[in-house]
Design a protein around this ligand. Structure first.
Ligand code: TIU
Length: 233
């Protein structure tokens, strides 16, 4: 068992039953010239989370944590895209339309894929999701339950949209979620702050919040502790 100094109180986790969930680190949202920027957003705010998330991803792999990635997007025929989602925003170039990184939010297109720093390794499931929440219309819950996962460490973008929706969905399905505040990002500073507050308010109504340094410290302790215990046994 490992313990992370977190808010509203310490987050205890068992590495064997914990998954790292990397939400929507897609070029479309994070990189200049993508859909996020086309919506008028400052993508440098999202880029900031990539470095800390990369450190967490590498440490999690080393520690043997189960890693899952998600991507928001749709079938090339858009049959899984609700007309309401496509119409929203009255955009000149919206979902399915040609963009600078290929068709916008369409699976298989360059912009839909994950940035190279955080690219999935073989054996790490990639869950393609049509909505904001990673549990809606996906097999994420089965993937986690089949591995005996009960706790989620969450990184991703954007904090108030896909991260928050996913944490709420996870909470209702019985998972304990730890959100790493420097590994999640929003285009809007006020939403970043509020979205994190919403997770940890009321005694951790949706989960816990810590930063990557605290999590990495706890993970290193768990690995060393595990090795010591194994050497003794
Ligand atoms: N992944 C995710 O958050 N999708 C979004 O559309 N986010 C926005 O903040 N627009």
């Amino acid at each position: 068992m490992a313990r992370v100094k977190a808010e509203p109180y310490e987050f205890d986790f068992e590495p064997k039953t914990t998954a790292l969930v990397m939400i929507d680190f897609q070029r479309n949202f994070v990189d200049p010239g993508g859909f996020g920027e086309a919506l008028g957003n400052d993508v440098s705010r999202l880029r900031r989370a990539v470095g800390p998330a990369e450190r967490v991803l590498k440490a999690a792999r080393k520690a043997g944590l189960f890693v899952v990635h998600t991507r928001e997007g749709h079938r090339p025929d858009l049959a899984d895209c609700p007309p309401a989602k496509k119409a929203r925003g009255k955009l000149k170039a919206g979902i399915g339309d040609p963009g600078p990184m290929g068709r916008i939010l369409v699976r298989g297109e360059y912009g839909h894929d994950i940035v190279k720093e955080l690219y999935p390794e073989p054996g790490e499931p990639v869950v393609d999701k049509p909505g904001k929440g990673a549990f809606y219309a996906t097999d994420l819950d089965s993937i986690l339950k089949n591995r005996g996962v009960r706790q989620l460490v969450v990184c991703g973008v954007t904090t108030e949209v896909c991260v928050n929706t996913t944490v709420r969905e996870a909470n209702d399905r019985g998972y304990d979620c730890l959100v790493l505040e420097d590994c999640v990002a929003s285009y809007f500073p006020e939403f970043q702050e509020a979205a994190l507050k919403m997770v940890k308010a009321q005694g951790g109504i949706f989960g816990w919040v810590a930063d990557s340094a605290r999590f990495l410290k706890a993970l290193a302790g768990a690995v060393t502790g595990g090795r010591k215990a194994a050497a003794k046994g």
